[in-house]
Design a protein around this ligand. Sequence first.
Ligand SMILES: [Zn+2]
Length: 315
Amino acid sequence: MALPSVSRRLRHPFPFAILAIALSLSTGVASAKLRVVASTPDVADMARQIGGDRVSVVTIANPRQDPHKVPVRPSFATRLHRADALVVQGLGLEHAFIPALIEGARNGNILPGAPGYIDASLYVKPLQVPSSQNRSQGELHPLGNPHFNLDPVQGKRMARAIAEGLERVDPSGADDYREGLERFTTLLDEKIEEWARLAEPLRGVKVVSYHNDLIYLANRYGLLQVGTIEIKPGIQPTPGHLENLLRLMKRENVKIIIREISYDPGVARSLAERTGARVVPLAVMAGGLGPEGYVDSIQANLEALVGAVAESGSP
Ligand SMILES: [Zn+2]
């Protein structure tokens, strides 16, 4: 439809000016980056690794926040309004902020089910899915445990879903996204081999964590999670719960307490003092322990855990 109109206009007294504008517009479109908003630092890093120069990525959650409690900022709705794609970790992890931001953004491209809504949980098999509507895992994990990003093998699945999503939104970049995925997956495969050796001392180690977010990581490396400081995800401990946990830790000889960095250090410290266990910080989102990026964050988590196990003499 546009071509005949341009050719007609070329007979106009100022055809070159019009042509120049048309060319500059088309060049502008060709060189524009895909505007990607990412819910968490993990999926943001993957989108950057896979998309390279083709994408410009903005992250909503800060690495040191609790992903279940990220505040809704209007500035992010504005970003989402102009976004070509939204990448989420999914499985309800971002329930505190993504549904509200999507509603505020009024952008049909990034609604769930639209091509620009990229759900990194697509190929992940969820664990701890509630068998009924009894909310046995509290209000925060109604679709199953959403903390699969802590297991790098799940990370490969996340990367695949993200690469496919970027290609869906920007088919002209298909070769680049496939290459980016290949590069990232090759790096992860190398690291996964290394990490299997590094994490060998974790096998059979009993731990308590603050929040119920270890299942995928524990299954991968053989950690045994015997309890959590929270009663259920999002339900703060009562004195009675802490007394029971204390008895359980003594009985099971638990020497490691994992404190996800957004959680109160006081409770973990007091449990540690009463049981002789060590408190280990853990990043539930990439960058929480300092090193940024998905791969470096997994490395930092595993080093922190292995270091603490070596010092505690556990198991
Ligand atoms: Zn959670």
